[in-house]
Design a protein around this ligand. Sequence first.
Ligand code: F6R
Length: 605
Amino acid sequence: MCGIVGHLGPSDSVEVVMEGLRRLEYRGYDSAGVTFINESGELKTYKKTGKIEKLTELISNVDTHSMVSIGHTRWATHGGVTDFNSHPHAFEKLSMVHNGIIENADELRDELIAKGYNFKSETDSEVFLMLVNDLKKSMPLKEAILKGFTRVTGNSAFVFISEEEKEIFAIKRAAPLVCGTHYTKSQAVVSSDPYALAGAADRIYFPEDGILCHLSVGNKELIAFYDSEGKPSKAYQSKKQDMQVDPSDKGDFEHYMLKEIYEQPGLIRALCQYYFNGDGKEALAAMADLNPSRFHITACGTAFYAGLVVRDFIEAINRIPCSFELASEFRYRNPILEKNDIGLFISQSGETADTLAGQEECKEQNAKTVSLVNVEGSSLYRACDHNLLIRAGVEIGVASTKAFTQMGLTGRLLAHALSGDLDNSVKQTELTDRFELLAERIDKLLEEVDKIKAIAEEIYNKKGYFFTGRGRYFPVALEGALKLKEIAYVHAEGYAAGELKHGPIALIDEDMVNIALVGPELKEKTISNIQEIKARKGIIVGIGPKDNSLMKISDYFLELNFDGLEELSPLYINVVNQLLSYYMAKFKGTDIDKPRNLAKSVTVE
Ligand code: F6R
């Protein structure tokens, strides 16, 4: 959940690291820090609670000229949000940043205290720094890290910088870590997220667990990899060429979230192109041979709700049963995986710890795994037997928007590919046209965004919110409520419209809002459910097709044109939810791109 960046190059190392940290701030924003080796060859560490601007202020009058540095943005796990607990942690000639949890930290700390070590922080991270420091007394740093790493349990990534070696070492277990080099800039970088490497590296490597990454000017390629015994090894090299794109620019948008909502029509249009005429062709074609008897769709949060949309597609088109599981529960339920069952894992980051654990469970039970994932080369991507990239581009807003839409659409392509009907150019054209129609409808929605903004202004200060929908609109009711909770800090629930009367209707009064998602299917039944809420004085926001009863019953109404969208219509209505949440949060004045307590990539269980 924390962001890590390390850099080694001819100059301005701290600048590269700070830029990387700014990009990764969405991962955690309790504190930030940096360690560099100054021109006199000494390690210097600066760290501060709060957002990166605080750190920028702290080092504004410091000479940060350096060729080697590491930095960190923290999402606190062990120890409060204090300067001492911030990273990097430094001791004598060594400094380190950490992302993850050391499960046996207490035991190791006691051992080190008994040897005379004093700890400055309450963190588990400092324990590994001290351990390596201790081992380093009797062996080179490289060996000390490898040996120390065998003693810590839990999922972690560590990056070290040493005053003596003036080099960087990094190692990880079940936590994201990516390295890269830039040939013309003669620099090497390491991070917890490929996004930090955009523009700074043109070769990207994803090391496996336990592989030590060594960034040094002494290495022929600036980076070398070693296995647990210290022997030269390799890392997966990404095929992705578009890491040059600088995605850090919000353009004219006030927030990344809004920018990402607006990117959706373009991404939708590009998806068919990628899978029918571009690099995705082969991966999609391979789906036709899978022949699963059941899918276990497993994911977290927004990706999980996208999984429900995908389930509806697969069950409707392929009549293959899908069970769906929250990744955090999946492996603890001792899931029944039968021969020919396939685990379908959905993730934007490809680094969500719970999702990765679910994938591992499938692997252990010899089930094939397929991912719908955004980050090529991520841990999930490397672990699965097959991958379909969702092609959402970099998503910075902590609240996921465009990834949801792309997951749904990639799932749609998967469903068609499974049935083998994508070999046929007529079907390809039909689908391309359907996707185009969705993109056009979203374009139109964005042109008329003021209507949504006006509704948001009327309802943002109410007591609570129920997003309701039936059938194919139920998953987006769940997703709509999640979005609103995340960024507007209000209580919202997603409910199947027909289920409200079985309990939650007790909550309805004149200060509760029902955001009723109504499509052409099950319209009459859904309107009856809205009547039940209206009868109890609930405030109705009707979102649906032109319909007299719906318009009459709604306190606020947004008309949508569903013609021709059919099964893609939940993805259309979901964009209304995204915009409604965005503007409600804006009226409330919350930190939309970095909502409190959240982190973009949840790499702890
Ligand atoms: C919600 C959100 C989270 C993620 C979840 C899974 O807006 O962003 O609920 O969807 O943490 O993350 P990924 O998709 O990276 O596995």
